[in-house]
Design a protein around this ligand. Sequence first.
Ligand code: FES
Ligand SMILES: [Fe+2]
Length: 445
Amino acid sequence: MSVHKLETMDREFRKIPSENYISKDFLKKENENLWPRVWQIACREEEIPNPGDYIVYDIADETIVVVRGQDKSIRAFFNVCPHRGRQIMEGCGHTNNFRCIYHNWTFDLQGKNIVVQDKKDWNGCLDAENIDLVGLKTGTWGGFVFVNMDPNCETLEDYLGVIPEYLNPFEYENMRYRWALELHVDCNWKVALEAFMEGYHVAATHSQLLEIAGDDYTQSFSRGIHSHFGYWDTNPIMGTPSPRLKREMPKDARPGVVEFFRQMEEDFGAIFTDRDYEAAKKVFDALPADADPMTVFGTAVMLGQKAAEEEGCGYPPNLTPEAMYKAGTGWNIFPNCVSLPYFDGAVWYRARPNGDDPSKCIFNIWSLKRYGPGKEPGAKTEVHENIEGKSFGLIVDQDVANMTKVQKGMKSRAFDVARPNPVQEVEISNLHKHLERYVLGNAPR
Ligand code: FES
Ligand SMILES: [Fe+2]
């Protein structure tokens, strides 16, 4: 198919300096030149459904409060009091106004100052000052709330570029949190994110998947500042062994297909759903033992669609097989998000620095799913500031186990550059190409 037009840099062997991950100076420059200028996801719309609902989003040294106003519009403000600088709101909740508890200065949900305690003491001098909260630009796509600190930034639409073209068919806006994790990990935010930006690691890191995830050889492409990877060359038949194992195709393909959905459900609980797993088990009744593997997997998918329709969640109407093929498997939404979508659910990852240590990050994992009306579980974020000795399911555990080891290895004097695979890890090369443009100060303003 011609959907995979190569951009000039694709297939280029690009080396990435270790400084990008371990240097305090690079982190400082990210804080100065990257985060203040990119559109970034602060929360999901579902986290602030009603007027007065708010949530705080911290990024690097900034704290931002996102709120749904009485007019239902979403607004965002720097979460800092113009009196003497106290951070105003914390966490999330519901409020009629923003009140700074230090000296009672208060702001309405549009950021306007409505109370200065003992204002007469300033003898009119405050009138010439801006004592409202400072607003940020906001935008929404796919049920996500984006913010941008730069008043002169490009529009969200321009920034997203091809993302809607490729990902709108999945209807992220019709998904809701199934579960949400926030992990504080001892690695750079990019080390955490990059663990999900390629399929090249699957054979080694998730070797159990080789038995049932078909051909695991991937390709990857840049799409402007964003990028994706997929299995376009191999079009793997889920439920069958990877050619790397040099096994015969099973005579009965049904157990392998059900096992694929079982592992995705029990060892991950994201992308595919519990509903898909339950539906897949019905292939034993629907098909004979000698049905070919493609038919078995296709039937399992169709049974999942039927189950979704019966539960009132429907199937995204624009998600044709062509649209799914075109999108591929996983996306980097520049700079700090990754998503792997399916018709019934998706996983979404977001990584950001934690404080001024390049070896620390806050890493969110969101499992999103389509629900029937009123069936959303209203999942709240589970925060783990210490992940030592904890398990988050086999797949996430396997990915997280690499993160701190990569961070440690990268600090070695023997390691100066990373060497991403020019076919399978273009997402990583492309991230750094554009990251360096921003961070080192030569991205267009
Ligand atoms: S710092 Fe907020 S009221 Fe004084
Ligand atoms: Fe992984």
